[in-house]
Design a protein around this ligand. Structure first.
Ligand SMILES: *[C@@H]1O[C@H](CO)[C@@H](O)[C@H](O)[C@H]1NC(C)=O
Ligand SMILES: *[C@@H]1O[C@H](CO)[C@@H](O)[C@H](O)[C@H]1NC(C)=O
Ligand SMILES: *[C@@H]1O[C@H](CO)[C@@H](O)[C@H](O)[C@H]1NC(C)=O
Length: 381
């Protein structure tokens, strides 16, 4: 038993050691976050962030994050990390967001940018790879965006995912896996999952891809089809007599019937590989959910009423590491945060009651004064 436990623990450590953590930000060092995050100067009207754990929190220091401070502003701020590609690997994006101001209308999402993003000039027009997170406006919009950039277009998730609208801190997690499945978690619970191909608007895209590929194939077919089935390894016999025998041509190899989906490979070797292209391969080929040069994360959004706090950013290739990080951060402080909010609410209710009573007393004496004035006014008339 004890041996088994030791073994499990060793596995545990191994797993953590294997996880690639591309970016992790908990704002543990006071104002030094300003060395890591770059405020955009694209517009002088862009709103400013400050470090704060807000009006109520689970832990005054640990819950400090980036808070929006000005109403009705655009915000644009970002942080860099060593560029990486998620090709063949899982990509997990996770962070916490708290709308303690009771969000009326505004974004609470993050964007992942290519490494060549101009941080100082960050704006709504800066191209991004992925946008993920909650967006609230009135009663109509309260959704989690998962927008994927793919083939020069942004593709929004078709399946609506509702976000949290209360004033507490919530943990948002997006998982994109190399087998083209995905998952969206809120507070550690899987809220939506499935196939990227089906849950994004890619069916129409696939059709256009296919028809343009088909027309290309038609164009190239006749000459290519013949040429590539000549035996490239043959050479002109030394006794070939041009005048008697005519132009020399390499002998034909046995040619398979032309088939849609056959693909030329290794043109210089003159070999056709008999490879049927499956629809999923089609998407794979165009690197759906693969991003070559991920290099920055940013908050580029609009808020009417400010006060949102962003914290506990994580980008990794390991779902389990993200789970554990979520538990160690949000998991630890969510309970105490609610307790503090409940205590404040009670105090507020008490204060309000006292104020009511005071007003009541005031209005009583006011009432007398009013009677007095009315009396005198009547007298004046
Ligand atoms: C801000 O971004 C917009 C949109 O990309 C661009 O047109 C404008 O030139 C930028 N302004 C500055 C000062 O860089
Ligand atoms: C800022 O970025 C926009 C495109 O997003 C570009 O048109 C503009 O020239 C850039 N401005 C500067 C000062 O680099
Ligand atoms: C889906 O894609 C097609 C073609 O690209 C576009 O016309 C349509 O508006 C898209 N639908 C949604 C819900 O994004």
């Amino acid at each position: 038993m004890a041996v088994a436990r030791v073994f499990l623990c060793a596995l545990c450590v191994l797993r953590v050691a294997l996880a690639a953590v591309y970016f992790q930000e908990e704002f543990p060092d006071g104002e030094r976050w300003r060395n890591r995050w770059v405020q955009s100067t694209n517009d002088s009207q862009l709103g400013h962030f400050r470090l704060s754990s807000g009006k109520f929190y689970g832990h005054k220091e640990k819950d400090k994050g980036l808070q929006t401070t000005q109403n009705s502003r655009f915000y644009a701020i970002s942080a860099r990390f060593k560029p990486f590609s998620n090709k063949g690997k899982t990509l997990v994006i996770q962070y916490t967001v708290k709308h303690e101001q009771k969000m009326d209308c505004g974004g609470g999402y993050v964007k992942l940018f290519p490494a060549d993003v101009d941080q100082k000039n960050l704006s709504g027009k800066s191209p991004y790879y992925i946008m993920f997170g909650p967006d609230i406006c009135g009663f109509d919009i309260n959704k989690v965006h998962v927008i994927l950039h793919f083939k020069n277009q942004y593709h929004a998730n078709k399946k609506p995912i509702r976000c949290k609208v209360d004033g507490f801190t919530h943990l948002y997690t997006l998982i994109l896996r190399p087998d083209l499945t995905y998952g969206v978690k809120i507070d550690g619970q899987m809220i939506e999952s499935g196939s990227i191909e089906y849950d994004w608007n890619l069916t129409s895209l696939k059709k256009t891809e296919k028809s343009s590929a088909e027309s290309k194939e038609k164009e190239n077919k006749p000459q290519d089809w013949e040429k590539h089935f000549l035996d490239a390894s043959a050479s002109k016999p030394s006794d070939w007599n041009h005048e008697l025998d005519g132009d020399w041509q390499a002998p034909m190899l046995q040619k398979p019937p032309y088939q849609d989906g056959l693909k030329p490979e290794g043109i210089d070797k003159d070999v056709w590989l008999h490879q049927k292209m499956k629809n999923t391969n089609y998407l794979m080929e165009y690197d759906l959910s693969e991003y070559e040069n991920i290099g920055a994360i940013g908050l580029e959004l609009w808020q009417v009423r400010s006060g949102t706090i962003f914290d506990n950013f994580l980008i990794t290739d390991d779902e389990e590491y993200a789970d554990n990080f979520g538990k160690a951060t949000w998991g630890e402080t969510k309970g105490p945060e609610r307790e503090m909010d409940a205590i404040q609410a009670k105090e507020e209710a008490k204060r309000a009651r006292e104020e009511d009573e005071e007003e009541f007393l005031m209005s009583k004496s006011d009432g007398k004064a009013n009677d007095f004035r009315r009396f005198h006014r009547r007298d004046e008339l």
